[in-house]
Write a protein that binds this ligand. Structure first.
Ligand code: GLP
Length: 242
């Protein structure tokens, strides 16, 4: 059973997550932090940067691995997760860019890039704390419904619903890439501590299915129930179906 923390606002939940992660980094400066993209964790990263500035948190030895990346966007595309992570995490926190890893979605061979990413994570000793969002269809990372719960980092096809949800970052849905490289559900479950953030009524059903429904590949987020250390930070609307 996950530890579920419900706050009144996304800001309050994000601040709480940031305080916890900052304390973990302070205790263990060589932490390997897994980061999610999307709208949900943006405030958490801003809050972490604020704590770093205020308390002088040492992030010089922090290593970061992103969950996923689109395949086929040109390097430097502003909506590539490499760029999102650079803006929201690397630059915001003043991290050493050589310690920040994102799957190479512009590689000539994305299948090889996915394997190489998994090996790079292993060589780093795995992720200690993984920040997660959840898709309205229950996806974690870009593991769409139907993803094997033991899957590793690989190339996946994005569902229409995910491409539609992410069309807000592109001009139109047809410009959202159709493929991605994502850490597998099994890869995510290897992290030491999973910190799930979910905000808004649109996530309520996915959150309830993930935390309280049957464990099934139809809801990849339900794999969190297989992990011994999960903290879910929700706002009231996202917790409404629990
Ligand atoms: C995106 C990302 C996920 C993210 C999820 C929810 O497509 N690949 O890592 O957690 O979908 O996104 P958002 O936080 O924008 O709702």
């Amino acid at each position: 059973m996950a530890e579920v923390i419900i706050e009144r606002t996304p800001q309050a939940a994000s601040a709480r997550a940031a305080r916890h992660i900052a304390a973990t980094i302070a205790a263990r400066p060589d932490l390997v932090l897994g980061v999610a993209t999307g709208s949900t964790p943006a405030h958490l990263y801003r809050e972490l940067a604020r704590i770093r500035d205020r308390d002088g948190l040492d992030v010089s030895r922090l290593t970061v691995f992103a969950l996923d990346e689109y395949v086929g966007l040109p390097a430097g595309h502003p909506e590539s997760y490499a760029e999102v992570v650079r803006r929201e995490v690397t630059d915001a926190l003043g991290l050493d860019p050589s310690r920040v890893h994102v799957p190479d979605g512009s590689a000539a061979d994305p299948f090889a890039a996915a394997d190489e990413y998994e090996q790079r994570m292993e060589a780093a000793g795995g992720v200690d704390v993984q920040i997660l969002g959840i898709g309205g269809n229950g996806h974690i990372g870009f593991n769409e419904p139907g993803s094997s719960l033991r899957s590793r980092t690989r190339v996946k096809t994005l569902s229409r619903s995910t491409r539609t949800a992410n069309a807000r970052f592109f001009d139109e849905v047809d410009r959202v890439p159709a493929h991605c490289i994502t850490q597998g559900v099994g890869t995510i479950l290897d992290a030491g501590h999973l910190v799930l953030l979910a905000f808004g009524a649109g996530k309520a059903d996915a959150v309830a299915a993930a935390l309280e429904g049957p464990v099934t590949a139809s809801v990849p987020g339900s794999a969190l129930q297989l992990h011994p250390h999960v903290t879910a930070l929700l706002d009231d609307p996202a917790a409404a179906a629990l």
